[in-house]
Design a protein around this ligand. Structure first.
Ligand code: CTP
Length: 394
């Protein structure tokens, strides 16, 4: 059973979608999880405590200040659960969590919760579109909460629009993915490249790109947390508890990557490497009064992954990334073959929610046998763990 031994806390807030949460609890238990439920006082308007107690086969937690034992429940329940899923998450509860308000057991619990939290919002479409709800959802996403997007269709209030809680199956997928995050990387040496290269034009200008480096850094952090010896080669100025080599240009990145690769088990090339660089770099700042137009001659940069494929040993794993705006699967597969990769992670950049600067990502991991796994939109740090797990556990 996929969720065997997992302890899941289900939070129910006041919304008509609470009736679907009964089915979610049943699914989680069927998959082997131990489920405990916490309800807000208004959730009791929609489902009864008896229903939830019978389904979870556990006491239901509602009161913020019970006197059952010495340990405050919002701390003991938070400590003993592997994951917290709040479904439905009302606009009211979303607002409270985003602003650190702890006025009932559920909001206190989520504030004290250190492990993954998933929220499945459900509300009227006008409420969902409200500036304040969207602002709160964005703040929660930024803080690493996983949001299962509400669906469009006919709403219980009679409106048509976006606000219906996602299907129970979809929520279940999020739970499954969030719980299978920890890859075992003890004893593995990993090099990860991150950020966009900068190709100088003169002492102050360069040709760059919009890569933020966030995905590569999330991968390096996740690999480090999972026990790997990490070497990050990046154009971003950062300090980490693992080795960081700062580079600017594609040529510098090539040299650092080749040097580190010899000793490594895994290379993950997330960096957006400039395909071209200016043929010559002006020694002095280019002055505009000298000319009405400026032509830069560009020459091709070496392809780092192509160079790596020449020295790669069979026991080494090489992973490429590609950002595509169309034909994601075919373009990714072409690159996987051309660059002799073991895996490629394909990124759909047509969606602004999961693009370059976002903290969220949705990717497809494809292996040499054309086997593809889609990861639903989630914080980059969660995607990072799933990618690492996909690579090492295959
Ligand atoms: N890459 C590389 N060296 C380059 C360019 C890209 O190692 N000079 C790597 C990237 O780090 C990524 C993979 O190749 O892991 C795919 O990068 P992408 O830019 O999508 O592919 P390109 O081969 O540059 O093709 P195009 O830009 O034409 O889509």
């Amino acid at each position: 059973m996929v969720l065997s031994g997992k302890k899941i806390l289900v939070g129910i807030t006041g919304g008509i979608a609470a009736y679907k949460t009964c089915e979610l609890i049943r699914l989680l238990i069927k998959a082997g999880a131990e489920v405990k439920a916490v309800m807000t006082p208004s959730a009791k308007e929609f489902v009864t405590e008896t229903t939830i107690r019978t389904l979870t086969r556990n006491q239901v937690y509602i009161e913020q200040f019970p006197v059952r034992n010495w340990q405050p429940e919002h701390i003991s329940l938070a400590d003993s659960s592997d994951l917290f899923i709040i479904a439905p998450a009302s606009a009211n509860t979303i607002g409270k969590i985003a602003n650190g308000i702890c006025d009932n057991l559920l909001t206190s619990l989520v504030t004290a919760f250190k492990k993954p939290v998933i929220l499945a919002p459900a509300m009227n479409c006008n409420m969902w579109e409200s500036h304040f709800v969207q602002k709160n959802v964005a703040a929660l996403k930024k803080a690493g909460f996983c949001i299962v997007p509400p669906e469009s269709g006919e709403l219980a209030c009679g409106y048509e629009g976006t606000g219906r809680m996602a299907s129970v199956d979809k929520i279940f997928n999020f739970v499954e993915e969030a719980l299978h995050l920890e890859p075992n990387l003890k004893g593995k040496k990993i090099i990860i490249t991150a950020g966009g290269t900068k190709e100088p034009i003169d002492p102050v200008r360069f040709i760059g790109n919009r890569s933020s480096g966030k995905m590569g850094i999330a991968l390096a952090d996740a690999a480090f947390e999972s026990g790997a010896e990490v070497s990050l080669i990046t154009t971003v100025d950062i300090n980490k508890a693992y080795k960081v080599t700062k580079v600017d240009t594609a040529l510098e990145m090539l040299e650092a990557t080749k040097k580190g690769f010899v000793e490594s088990d895994i290379l993950i090339m997330v960096a957006a490497v400039a395909d071209y660089r200016p043929k010559t770099v002006a020694e002095q700042k280019i002055k505009k009064e000298n000319s009405d137009s400026l032509t830069l001659e560009l020459v091709k940069n070496p392809d780092i992954l192509m160079e790596i494929s020449k020295i790669k040993k069979p026991e080494q794993t090489v992973v490429g990334f590609c950002a595509e705006s169309e034909n994601l699967f075919d373009n990714a597969l072409k690159k996987l073959k051309e660059k002799n990769l073991d895996y490629i992670v394909a990124n759909d950049i047509s969606d602004p929610e999961i693009g370059f600067n976002s903290d969220y990502n949705a990717v497809t991991l494809i292996d040499k046998n054309k086997e593809a796994v889609d990861f639903v939109p989630m914080p980059k740090k969660n995607i990072a763990k799933l990618i690492l797990k996909g690579i090492v556990d295959d």
